[in-house]
Write a protein that binds this ligand. Structure first.
Ligand SMILES: [Fe+2]
Length: 217
């Protein structure tokens, strides 16, 4: 059910939050995607524009910055689409993780950039030791851990460092902003259980927009 006071179907794509700061970042991402073919160089070139959005106040509505009790990720974690390209090539979303909650261990399957807008998170990144041949199993070990405070951000450049989980360590919910070159919450990704090695298909879903094959009716 929608509790954001708008029609899901009319607003499922494009600028779900129409703010000049968001339009500026999407425009710059489009420009760099045309002009910079190397993914790592493109993400590096995106950092200044992403930093501007992270540093700006008053563009994120409260409805996109609160926990979601119906979360498919569990733990009250809210994932809210701010911008979605209809062709699935780009999205911007907020991720709200309540105090003490953590995401499952998951992958992203697209390049992007992620930054902290409010609160603080601990991130644990895994490296994969097996060859990925068995779709249901993965052998993982911790590659690095880092603490991320407001204004800090990191690139996503799969397959390197693409598997991680994050946990809120501030005494208020953390809000992170994610720009990724797919429709992240609607693509089938993976969740991992590092101790047992079990991998399961995972689609997190947005709290405020349906995924394409769930949008009919
Ligand atoms: Fe993630």
């Amino acid at each position: 059910m929608c509790n954001l006071g708008h029609d899901h179907h009319a607003n499922a794509f494009g600028f779900l939050v129409d703010a000049p700061e968001i339009r500026a970042l999407i425009s710059e991402t489009r420009r760099l995607s045309r002009e910079v073919t190397d993914t790592a160089a493109r993400v590096e070139a995106l950092k200044p524009a992403f930093g501007v959005l992270l540093a700006a106040d008053n563009w994120l509505p409260d409805a996109f910055a609160r926990p979601d009790d119906s979360s498919k990720m569990g733990g009250g974690i809210g994932q809210y689409a701010l911008y979605r390209a209809e062709d699935g090539s780009l999205c911007l979303f907020s991720l709200v993780i309540p105090v003490g909650a953590e995401t499952p261990v998951h992958d992203h399957l697209a390049w992007g950039i992620v930054g902290i807008y409010r609160g603080r998170q601990d991130e644990t990144v895994y490296r994969r030791l097996d060859d990925g041949r068995d779709a249901g199993r993965a052998k993982l070990e911790v590659a690095k851990r880092q603490t991320l405070a407001r204004g800090e951000f990191y690139p996503l450049l799969p397959p390197v460092d693409d598997i991680h989980y994050v946990k809120t360590t501030s005494d208020t919910p953390s809000v992170s902003i994610h720009l990724l070159a797919n429709d992240t919450a609607c693509v089938w990704r993976h969740r991992f259980e590092p101790a047992s090695g079990i991998v399961t298909p995972f689609r997190s879903g947005y709290a405020n927009a349906p995924c394409p094959d769930a949008a009919a009716g």
